[in-house]
Design a protein around this ligand. Structure first.
Ligand SMILES: [Zn+2]
Length: 307
């Protein structure tokens, strides 16, 4: 907009009554939020370099969608697509509320409170949460290097968020609540892999850990015998931190404290949710890892990840 027109708008503001000012403020605020999303989308549009259908780099810009999203036409296969074709954001509405929503997620606000705060339905709140977790959840490192720490933890089984009719308990009599085992491995570069296990068995741990280990790496674990065989089989240097002293360090650098501290932080963060459904544990692991990776919240962090 030309500077003169803008000055004109500013001039008119002095003539507005209180109700109009409030309305204007609301409009301006929601537009600022939309612009943040718009900016992230614009950056993403710039980064489009190949056709999702045939992978060709031979593209033409091809107008806009109704929502103002850049369309492209592939010169190789002649198909068209828009910049959000591969993004879960494409079908999401109310873009002006996304950033506020990701902020609430960052603060760990419940689905219900988030829905209320943003005047969206609980169903939408649920869908958005899962939409924004999708990208972080799809990232699990394929390999870990250097000093690798591996361990298991567990959470009590919970059917929260699941319809009663679908309940199929792991309970095996006695009314005891089953523990759901979770495998976590990380290296000192910050790469973290996690997986909810069906059962805490050597086979299940092995299936997760084996592809992660690289030659020349050093595996640090507690005394769990499951790891001994895996390290031996792969001829990986293995430091077993045995004993009650959790703080034990071998040769100055070999320990599983990075992992223990990480799990403690994760579980402390989980408390705000008052128990999480077993089906969603992986999501909460990915969500937390994503926040730790990014350290600080910024308005575009989550939007960019979802694009
Ligand atoms: Zn193509």
């Amino acid at each position: 907009m030309a500077s003169k027109q803008f000055q004109n708008i500013l001039h008119h503001i002095t003539n507005l009554n209180y109700a109009q000012l409030k309305k204007l403020r609301h409009e301006v605020e929601s537009n600022i939020a939309t612009n943040q999303v718009g900016q992230a989308i614009a950056d993403h549009e710039e980064s489009i370099s190949h056709c999702p259908h045939c992978d060709s780099h031979n593209l033409n810009r091809w107008g806009m969608t109704k929502q103002g999203i850049q369309r492209f036409k592939c010169k190789s296969c002649n198909k068209t697509f828009n910049a959000l074709a591969d993004s879960p954001l494409y079908r999401m509405k109310k873009a002006e509320k996304w950033i506020e929503y990701t902020k609430l997620m960052w603060e760990g606000v419940s689905l219900r409170k988030s829905a209320k705060a943003l005047d969206i339905t609980l169903r939408t709140s649920f869908r958005w949460r899962h939409m924004f977790i999708k990208a972080p959840a799809s990232f699990n490192p394929s390999v870990l290097t250097g000093v690798i720490e591996a361990d298991e933890t567990s959470l009590p089984e919970s059917f929260k968020g699941k319809r009663a009719i679908n309940r199929k308990s792991r309970k095996r009599g006695g009314g005891k609540i089953e523990k759901v085992p979770i495998f976590i491995a990380l290296d000192r570069s910050g790469a973290i892999s996690h997986k909810v296990l069906e059962r805490n068995t050597k086979e299940n741990i092995q299936a997760q850990l084996k592809p992660l280990l690289s030659s020349g790496s050093v595996l640090c674990t507690d005394g769990n015998l499951s790891y001994k065989g895996i390290a031996k089989e792969l001829d990986i240097d293995h430091k077993r931190l045995i004993g009650l002293d959790n703080q034990r360090v071998v040769e100055g650098i070999y320990h599983i404290q990075t992992l223990n501290n990480y799990m403690m932080r994760w579980k402390a963060w989980l408390r705000r949710f008052n128990g999480i459904g077993t089906d969603y544990i992986e999501n909460y692991l990915s969500w937390f890892r994503f926040m730790e990776d990014n350290t600080e919240y910024s308005d575009q962090t989550w939007i960019k990840e979802a694009l």
